[in-house]
Design a protein around this ligand. Sequence first.
Ligand code: FAD
Length: 118
Amino acid sequence: EPPADCPPDVEALGRSTWTFLHTLSASYPPAASPSQQSEMKQFLALFSRLYPCWTCAEDFQEWMGRRGNAPRVEGREGLGRWMCEAHNEVNRKLGKREFECARWEERWRTGWGDGRCD
Ligand code: FAD
């Protein structure tokens, strides 16, 4: 029998959500307009309250609210780095390897330099 499609657990939800969040950063304009910046701030504030893993959401909100951790919404580079740092915070909490944030754009926007994503 083929495996049944089941509701996502915290891990499957997390993988899909990070794909969405990093892809969102990758498609953000290099220099965002004031309204784009305001919309992104609102989205992230609401996302951090509505994410359907309540302990995840609570810790994420707490991290976002700390000094120096406010979302950087001026443009793609800042947002992508910020998202990478947010993800690394969760990686540390879960004992996973940290990702090298200088390479977030290769992972999520351009593909790796060796052409393996072409
Ligand atoms: P993921 O961590 O899902 O990563 C997917 C891919 O992203 C990786 O394979 C890698 O290529 C890339 N990647 C990894 N790190 C980075 C980075 N820093 N920047 C850019 N790309 C990167 N799970 C819990 O158990 N407890 C929690 O409290 C929790 N909080 C979460 C909060 C949020 C906001 C989100 C979105 C998810 C949370 N999760 C939490 C889920 C957790 O982060 C993982 O998604 C899940 O454990 C599956 O991990 P994974 O090893 O498959 O890779």
